[in-house]
Ligand binder design. Structure first.
Ligand SMILES: Nc1ncnc2c1ncn2[C@@H]1O[C@H](COP(=O)(O)OP(=O)(O)OP(=O)(O)O)[C@@H](O)[C@H]1O
Ligand SMILES: O=P(O)(O)OC[C@H]1O[C@](O)(CO)[C@@H](O)[C@@H]1O
Ligand SMILES: [Mg+2]
Length: 325
């Protein structure tokens, strides 16, 4: 009987439980044993695990977070700790490790293959949607829906008071969240780390917009560009040189973006990714990542994600610009 291990690693994302459930139930269906290591890579180093079967994962499909827990683990940057992780996997007679992770976790997964030739399967998740090699990562859709709901409320008050409002969303290194949230809420300005632009462009956009009859503005700011708390007074000061634009207010959406029950789309993708991952493994494949490409679920060599960064398509900016006129 084959035996696999599963972890969730990096920031949590809605749909992780649905993905674990799908892997565990598919494995059980094909008579494969599963154990889950707790707190991602940390659990691999510390040998903290729980046996998993179809019943243990019951009732999790709609739950946010990850019942296996997750963590960021600095020790994994060191070879000696990666070796300990592999020794623990071998102690349990694990045939393959399933990593449900983002771009960072995939770097770690790649190292386990490169350095120890240990079989690894990657299932992409992260609200950032920045994992290279796949169009989509589990959790992104729920995050965008959460943001849209919050920003619609912010827009009501912004419009009523004819204000300028900055909304800071997540994305320390990545702008997918800001870009798609911005398009979906009709933002006037979208600021992302991959394509930053200077303060005067924000100010000019507002001045020009006002001339065209706009009386309120929403700016979506990815956290990786600047802190809303610091940007708001800067924009306010610059605008005050051009007339009476009033105060610039801000909100930081923060961790609500990572929590909550997964959307129907995230439940579906997590379920399909999980089933696909196990079935593809059973066919004799290892060291692959599951990917969504042009609407199709497929497998790619895990190393396509090694050292690569996925960037948003600049055309999305054009869409945002055209529609915010
Ligand atoms: N280059 C690397 N070498 C070894 N381990 C790494 C590397 N990059 C990341 N890791 C490991 O993977 C963990 C998770 O990475 P990271 O914090 O970037 O999250 P992620 O998987 O990208 O998910 P998310 O972006 O959703 O938070 C890190 O804490 C570290 O243990
Ligand atoms: O504060 P934490 O938990 O380290 O997470 C923050 C990071 O996680 C992410 O939300 C992705 O999970 C990034 O956008 C952000 O940079
Ligand atoms: Mg990441």
């Amino acid at each position: 009987m084959k035996k696999i291990a599963i972890i969730t690693s990096g920031g949590d994302a809605p749909g992780l439980n649905a993905a674990i459930r799908a892997v565990v139930r598919t494995a059980n269906y094909y008579n494969i044993q599963v154990i889950g290591f707790k707190r991602g890579l940390k659990g691999l180093i510390e040998n903290e695990f729980i046996p998993l079967d179809a019943r243990v994962v019951s009732g999790f499909l709609d739950k946010g977070g990850t019942f296996l827990l997750t963590a960021r683990e600095n020790r994994f940057y060191q070879y000696e700790y990666r070796k300990i992780a592999i020794e623990n996997l071998k102690k349990h007679n694990i045939d393959a490790l399933f990593v449900i992770g983002g771009n960072g976790s995939f770097q770690a997964a790649n190292l386990l293959v490169k350095e120890f030739n240990f079989p690894v399967i990657g299932i992409p998740k992260t609200i950032d949607n920045d994992t290279y090699g796949t169009d989509y990562t589990i959790g992104f859709d729920t995050c965008i829906n959460t943001n849209v709901e919050a920003i619609e409320k912010i827009k009501d008050t912004t419009m009523s008071h004819e204000r300028i409002f900055i909304v800071e969303v997540m994305g320390r290194k990545s702008g997918f969240i800001a870009l798609e949230t911005g398009i979906a809420t009709g933002a006037d300005v979208i600021l992302i780390p991959e394509y930053p632009f200077p303060l005067h462009v924000i100010v000019d956009t507002i001045i020009e917009g006002k001339k065209r009859g706009k009386n309120f503005f929403v700016i979506i700011l990815a956290e990786g560009v600047a802190k809303a708390q610091e940007l708001a007074p800067l924009v306010e000061r610059e605008l005050s040189k051009h007339g009476n634009f009033g105060e610039v207010r801000y909100s930081v959406l923060g961790y609500i973006q990572r929590g909550g029950s997964p959307s129907a789309y995230d439940r579906l993708i997590a379920s399909r990714f999980g089933v696909f991952a196990v079935e593809h493994y059973i066919k004799g494949n290892i060291n692959f990542m599951v990917a969504l490409e042009k609407g199709e679920i497929l497998a790619k060599p895990l190393n396509v994600s090694f050292g690569k960064i996925k960037k948003p398509d600049l055309k999305q900016f054009e869409v945002a610009n055209i529609l915010s006129t």
